[in-house]
Design a protein around this ligand. Structure first.
Ligand SMILES: *[C@@H]1O[C@H](CO)[C@@H](O)[C@H](O)[C@H]1NC(C)=O
Length: 180
């Protein structure tokens, strides 16, 4: 008698859990889920500041968030490219001009092809390819950065560093998509 009763308690408990589990919306991060997503990236503060400043509405999934990050990198990198182009026009230092021209050449494909391709790949659920594009963008940014290692002044400030960090965050989010 006692045994039957405890069994029925166990099974009603199981049903309860089942109902609870099913009622959790699987792909709709709430603000604290943005937290969870950003905790799995190397730059939590940067990640949350971007995702909270452009509140993805109404209830975005991980894919929408990845797309948002890539769009953010694209606008940041586009801005950096115009900054580089403006510096090229201003500088009278030949060595500096060459380094900047090299950087512009690194950034142009990133802005024109690599990041738009990453965004397209995400929206088509080709997350592996998106990850590839994004890591290719890092290579370009790094090669620009390396041009200034021998120079005294760093004309781009931390712009390359910021783009690099943004890409690292996007990479980590794409990795979560790949696991999903
Ligand atoms: C680039 O990202 C940095 C860090 O989030 C931000 O401070 C800056 O305003 C961004 N620039 C653009 C053009 O998005």
């Amino acid at each position: 008698m006692r045994k039957t009763r405890s069994r029925s308690i166990v099974s009603s408990f199981a049903i309860h859990i089942l109902v609870l589990t099913c009622s959790i919306p699987l792909s709709s991060p709430e603000p604290n889920e943005i937290d969870q997503i950003c905790k799995k990236t190397p730059f939590y503060d940067l990640c949350t500041s971007i995702l909270n400043s452009t509140p993805p509405t109404p209830k975005p999934d991980l894919k929408t968030i990845a797309l948002l990050m890539v769009t953010n990198i694209l606008s940041n990198a586009t801005d950096t490219l115009s900054f580089i182009e403006a510096l090229i026009k201003k500088t009278s230092d030949r060595e500096m001009e060459q380094a900047l021209a090299f950087c512009a050449e690194s950034y142009i494909p990133v802005v024109k092809y690599t990041l738009p391709q990453a965004a397209e790949a995400i929206s088509q659920n080709r997350f592996g390819f998106a990850g590839y594009c994004v890591s290719d963008a890092v290579k370009q940014v790094n090669s620009c950065n390396s041009k200034f290692s021998g120079l005294v002044s760093a004309p781009l400030g931390d712009r390359n560093g910021i783009v690099h960090k943004l890409v690292d965050v996007a990479s980590a989010i794409i990795k979560q998509l790949l696991k999903g």
